[in-house]
Write a protein that binds this ligand. Sequence first.
Ligand SMILES: C[S@@+](CC[C@H](N)C(=O)[O-])C[C@H]1O[C@@H](n2cnc3c(N)ncnc32)[C@H](O)[C@@H]1O
Length: 460
Amino acid sequence: MASGRNARSPGGRKARARIPEPVPEIVDEPVAGLAPRRAALEAVAELLGQGRALALDDALAGAGARAGVAGPDAALARAIATATFRRLGFLKAALAARLAEGLPEDEPRFLALLATGAAQILDLSVPDHAAVDLAVRLAKAEPRLRHRAGLVNAVLRRIAREAEEIRAAETNPLADNTPDWLRQRWIAAYGRESAERIARAHLSGAAIDITVPAGADRWADMLAAVLLPTGSLRLSDTRTPVAELPGFVEGAWWVQDAAAAIPARLLHVRPNERVADLCAAPGGKTAQLAAAGAAVTAVDRSGPRLRRLSENLGRLSLEAKIVVADALDLDEPPFDAVLLDAPCSATGTIRRHPDVAWTKSEADIGRLVALQERLLDKAADLLKPGGRLVYCTCSLEREEGEEQVARFLDRHPDFALDPVRPDEIGGLSGLIDAAGHLRTLPSGEPAMDGFFASRLLKRA
Ligand SMILES: C[S@@+](CC[C@H](N)C(=O)[O-])C[C@H]1O[C@@H](n2cnc3c(N)ncnc32)[C@H](O)[C@@H]1O
């Protein structure tokens, strides 16, 4: 792994790249391994260039289709792009220290080409020469980058030569690999030590957890999985594609992070209760509510995402009433219970989606907080007196969690907080704050996505 600190050191500055190495000749024929690199480059450049509106998954889907990659090549493109964003701070510093002119932040394609190349050399088990040669080919194939092919060759060769030193250098992921605005927020919210643990947790990917509505012990044996205290199973076999594991095709379980599985459980739905899942797609929580026997109305404003929800429920032989609508416009009789898994900054999912750290901004949080507030007020209206509301987000930001709920309770004196109890979450009392909210962290034990959840009762 690259070291930003090392890369910025005077040692990094004293020997600049001078383009001495021979640049490989380009032959105009299909080259093994080029298409996934092109897809990764396109997706990373797209996010670095215009960022905010796009998720890496969507950028990869588009770039992969244009580059004609599928199967293992698509997986390689994803691995390269994910590795690039996971350590983008380190990679940029390592590259900048080896470029006489520094790293041009206003040239996203050049930056993406170098960063994806460096990520392959430092973090993936790709032969160095393949990473360098294919990056040079990509540069030569682009009129805007062609004149820099020699520089790409020189810098990436140098990264390869100095890889051991770069990886071995001590690193502090909070200082070197977390954008300033997030670092400040996490230190303010959690303290420096916890913020450092969170940033360190982001250097690794996440485990694969599954939700099993029935027979968890039996499935734990069959899948060689660990039963977590909260009731989810954590797979130890991460090499077999999930769809090939026993029970997937039959719809016995579904993939869902252990933290994401907690909020729906906090509703304690009973058979035939009318329950609204207001931001439902792709449907992990809808499936939990439906599996518990509730009559679920699953609402989402995204048609394509609801199609995935419908397919997922179909595989699981579960049913819900599916409504494509803006939840703010929903016109339905009052519900016994409402789940609001609100759109959020998703900073709790950076282990899985490292692009989030680099493409979201403080302005996004302000916009999302305003939307969450309106959705919460709507959820309150949709609830019967005596009904339960669970509000949750996969965000580490307090404005989207604790502070959002505090403001809701100020606006709604007819609601009261119903604190989460340790016995509801397998005795993990450390996940409950003094007010009774659930707060999970990627750096916790067990490690989970960063989730916030709060249960609110409407007075009868
Ligand atoms: C965090 S995701 C939901 C994940 C889902 N609950 C699950 O467990 O699979 C947020 C969802 O909110 C939807 N959304 C955003 N704004 C909305 C709105 N105003 N009305 C309805 N859905 C909305 C998005 O399309 C997205 O699918």
